[in-house]
Design a protein around this ligand. Sequence first.
Ligand SMILES: O=P(O)(O)OC[C@H]1O[C@H](OP(=O)(O)OP(=O)(O)O)[C@H](O)[C@@H]1O
Ligand SMILES: NC(=O)CC[C@H](N)C(=O)O
Ligand code: SF4
Ligand SMILES: [Mg+2]
Length: 511
Amino acid sequence: MSTGAQKKTYFDKRKEARGKVSSGLTHECGVFGAISSSASEPGNFEVAQLILVGLEALQHRGQESGGIVTSEGSNHFHIQKGMGLVRNIFNGDNIKNLVGHLGIGHTRYSTSAASESVNCQPFVVHSMHGSLAVAHNGELVNCASLRKKVLDRGVGLSTHSDSELISQALCLIPPEGEVDGPDWPARIKHLMHLAPLSYSAVIMLKDRIYAVRDPYGNRPLCLGKFVTFDESTGKDVDDGWIVSSESCAFLNPMQYMREILPGEIVEMSREGVKSISVVARPENKSLAFCIFEYVYFARPNSVFEGQEVYTVRLRCGEQLAIEHPVEADVVGSVPESGNAAAHGFSRQSKIPFGELLTKNTYVGRTFIQPSNRLRQLNVALKFSPISTNVMGKRVILIDDSIVRGNTIGQIIKLLRKAGAKEVHIRVASPPLRYPCYMGINIPTKKELIANSLDCKELAKEVGADSLQYLSVDGLVTAVQRDIKDKGNDLGHCTACLTGVYPGGVPEDLDW
Ligand SMILES: O=P(O)(O)OC[C@H]1O[C@H](OP(=O)(O)OP(=O)(O)O)[C@H](O)[C@@H]1O
Ligand SMILES: NC(=O)CC[C@H](N)C(=O)O
Ligand code: SF4
Ligand SMILES: [Mg+2]
């Protein structure tokens, strides 16, 4: 427990490190890696350009900073990192310096250390056995004890980032020792035993990339290839291997191959792709893939567990219509992340879908505004009602989630002003009640509106005629129903909804 003003809680420290945001869940991070295969000359395969495209396609996962590290096969890595959007960090000149036939990249939303250039990823360290670069999505739950372990072994750390900690922990020799130089897979496995949650990471050595997903499968990671058409044979040739947080980054001619399995270590080299090992979860605990990847974080065209995110969001909307029907003239969404669920609700309820709001895509994140009028103005800048679909109508408005409750109230005001007769809010996820410490910034318990107001009270507070959430069972069913290969190995993290955390809570947590 807190010992008063001098002791900062886990969340205080996090907050200090970041800007204050007035709405929503803030995203996570995106990782990407690419290596050209032996079939192509290094010059034919522009690895840095490919990673740049990949990072832009993953930009929704983190907008604070980004970086790319490449290698020509030697320990002299080429590095370019910076604050801001990928597009602003890289330009024609600096991308040209990123030569080499393999590389990794990162786009960051900070969770464990300040949003400053010193914490930009990938982290590069020089070990006795060559250079090492790490890009990480997630957050180490047992960061404090791992940090101590690494420091105890005489290793110095230059930041508070858990991702730097991963890079340094990989320099530790595993307890069984090493016979003939460094055994990198053994070192990675050792780290996975020391820290089983949460990460999807790409680890680059001078001539190979390891793609690693934590044993709980908490964060996503998938494998793809780069294909070139060979005119002499008339066939597609595999020209290289790629790894990405989400498959939405595999743009043509990149092709999706498969997911990296929970606990899996995959080695990518010029010779091809090899699955090295699958590390088991501690005490046979359940899988815990983040259910909010489906609800909100991922792009709708990304594929997880054999299903497109869009189809899951559609099902959430259908389920919501089954659980909380209401008579109305039109169903619409808070764009964009509410769109698919609104279509699902419409399909199930047979109430026509209509666009109720347009979104100004050039408006960035909304920061806490000092007054209600400014908050309202901010939402009005982002969303404008489409009067044709709203005037004189009973509307159902679907949003994917309510976090602090700032957005929805302002939108209802806009809809009323545009002539809506009734406004019914349906939320395509259950009430968010608990914080996340696995790579997502969710506000503290106190800030989450569902902890202070129930549906009726919240409806009154935000001026809705009714307001209902999807149930936890409904969400889990919508996510799991069509997963083909169910077996025993199926499980999703719902900790922010249920308070049941897959791998315990952080050591220095004080909420
Ligand atoms: O209750 P609140 O704290 O206001 O947050 C909830 C809103 O935040 C998210 O949207 P956001 O505008 O962040 O991003 P999006 O445009 O991707 O939906 C989410 O989709 C909700 O609309
Ligand atoms: N959102 C994330 O995945 C963050 C990764 C890492 N914990 C950092 O803060 O840089
Ligand atoms: S607590 Fe919520 S946001 Fe965090 S990993 Fe679990 S489901 Fe995802
Ligand atoms: Mg939204």
